[in-house]
Unconditional design. Structure first.
Length: 529
């Protein structure tokens, strides 16, 4: 094993610098008994094409085998190292990844062929697992977090993050693949997190047409052109957002995107800045107690390695858990792969007018999908009862058109009953909507035909000490369900008892009476008092 002692020393030093505290490289591996190496490459699916780039090709071979079983491939022993060996063989990379059935000697063989331990993985790197001072398992990384691994409960499986193997402590090795030099190297973890090939591919249609989904070519394009053009290549860093949200950066560099990129790499990563529409380092650190003692650099690394996969909220304007729950099409597509929700929002959601999070409870009460569907025939005919599409229509069109989307706020009623608002904004319904969110919710105003905040307070002794904000929240959470009278012009209890057809339809569901009155009762000239 040529030069192995030098490699052992270098690797041990590297892990000491990385702070793992793991005694990674142990005594001479030749003293350990190896299992027989099994080659079963002839049983592998050939549904892949090779590019000549080792890192890309081993991933392509592995990807074609997902779902294959131990018996289907023909292995008779623990076969995780055999799987990687055979993928490398089919990718033409046996020189960089020599075949070996024992994980420990497999690791040493790769290092002896010029491989190196790396702190942050990328496509084509191998993930090894250390447990109880030994090496137990190995897989192939397909990007910075996901991997394909053989011998996972008898199958070849795709894991969304290394920890999902539940075997031991993962660490990463970059084999000395042939033709790997055509892909630019990252100078730091902060540069690495700036680029995600899958994100870059889906974000830009011109690249989809000209390059296709080739990670190496996409990376080369980004280094050569994308950085200078201010293109966004990951959820972690958006250069145009970074400039807009950090005026000192914008003032100095303007639209020099290369300089803005370099500013982040040289000093911005230390400064708790807003980096993208889903990632504000300061917010992230202050929101979670386990992160508060971390530096900006540590917070960035934490979100990159763990937080985005866990679905942590990393800025005031985007909540991945809410985004997942709000949109059934996304939940169906992505399930619990939380990183995908950040990606979708930045690639598609913002442009589609998808709602990333409520900025306040007052914005939340303005939209009720069922009410909006029931009130507007044109919307009903266009979208049916699809809450996601209804919400998008309201955000994109309905607000500007002055449409009413809940019992709690009617923009046209609000303008008519509050002359100061009408005088200033006229029929600018977006401005009227924003006035309520910025000022009106504090001012005991008449908000809809069934909700007058001032009246609600005076009508109930238990509410008289509450301010306007508290009264709105109370009516939203409790009052409408209890059937409280919140306006001089509408009494839900009387409305229920007066109309037997409504009582038969709604029974004790008191909120339905407010809804019926605003949707139908006023037009039908029903007596609401």
């Amino acid at each position: 094993m040529k030069n192995i002692l030098k490699k052992i020393s270098a690797i041990a030093m590297a892990f000491t610098l990385l702070g793992t505290g793991t005694a990674l490289i142990k005594s001479n591996p030749d003293t350990m008994t190896a299992f027989a190496t099994q080659t079963r490459s002839w049983n592998y699916s050939s549904n892949y094409s090779l590019t000549g780039n080792g890192a890309t090709d081993i991933v392509r071979v592995a990807d074609a085998q997902i779902g294959k079983t131990k018996s289907g491939l023909g292995y008779t022993e623990d076969w995780c190292a055999d799987f990687v060996s055979d993928c490398a063989k089919l990718a033409g990379q046996s020189d960089a990844v020599p075949a070996d059935g024992l994980v420990t000697t497999f690791l040493y063989g790769i290092l002896d062929k010029g491989g190196a331990i790396v702190s942050s993985p990328r496509a084509g790197d191998l993930v090894f697992y250390e447990k109880n001072n030994d090496y137990w398992h190995v897989g192939i990384m397909i990007d910075s977090s996901a991997s394909i691994q053989g011998n996972c409960k008898g199958q070849v499986k795709l894991l969304s993050r290394p920890e999902d193997a539940h075997i031991g402590t993962p660490f990463f090795v970059r084999p000395n693949y042939s033709n790997a030099d055509s892909t630019p190297a990252f100078s730091s973890i902060y540069e690495e997190l700036m680029f995600d090939a899958d994100f870059y591919y889906h974000k830009y249609k011109d690249l989809q047409k000209s390059i296709g989904n080739d990670p190496d070519k996409l990376l080369q394009h980004w280094f050569k052109y994308g950085i200078k053009e201010g293109r966004v290549a990951s959820i972690f860093f958006d250069p145009q957002y970074y400039a807009a949200q950090n005026p000192d950066v914008k003032k100095v560099f303007g639209n020099n995107w290369q300089a803005i990129h370099d500013h982040f790499l040289q000093c911005g990563y230390k400064d708790n800045r807003k980096l993208s529409p889903v990632f504000d380092v300061s917010f992230y650190g202050s929101k979670y107690s386990d992160l508060r003692s971390m530096s900006s650099a540590q917070r960035i690394e934490h979100f990159y390695k763990y937080g985005c996969n866990e679905g942590r909220k990393a800025c005031a304007d985007f909540n991945p858990e809410n985004y997942k729950n709000r949109y059934s099409d996304l939940n169906k597509a992505y399930g619990n792969t939380m990183k995908s929700y950040y990606q979708h929002y930045m690639i598609y959601g913002i442009n589609e007018g998808r709602f990333s999070d409520y900025s306040s409870i007052y914005e939340e009460i303005m939209f009720d999908a069922y009410f909006y569907y029931s009130k507007y025939k044109d919307v009903r005919d266009a979208f049916g009862y699809d809450p996601d599409k209804l919400r998008r229509h309201w955000l994109k069109n309905g607000i500007n058109e002055g449409r009413t989307a809940s019992i709690f706020f009617d923009p046209q009623y609000y303008a008519a009953q509050n002359p100061d608002v009408k005088k200033v904004f006229g029929s600018n319904w977006k401005a009227i909507h924003d006035h309520f969110l910025t000022h009106g919710y504090k001012e005991n105003r008449k908000l809809s035909p069934v909700f007058d905040v001032g009246y609600y307070r005076t009508n109930y002794s238990d509410l008289r000490s509450m301010n306007s904000e508290q009264l709105i929240e109370h009516f939203y959470q409790y009052g409408c369900k209890d059937g409280r009278k919140a306006s001089a012009d509408f009494n839900p209890v009387n409305y229920r008892s007066r109309y037997s057809d409504l009582n038969k339809a709604y029974g004790s569901n008191m909120k339905s009476y407010y809804q019926h009155y605003m949707l139908n009762g006023i037009k039908e000239k029903r007596n609401g008092k």
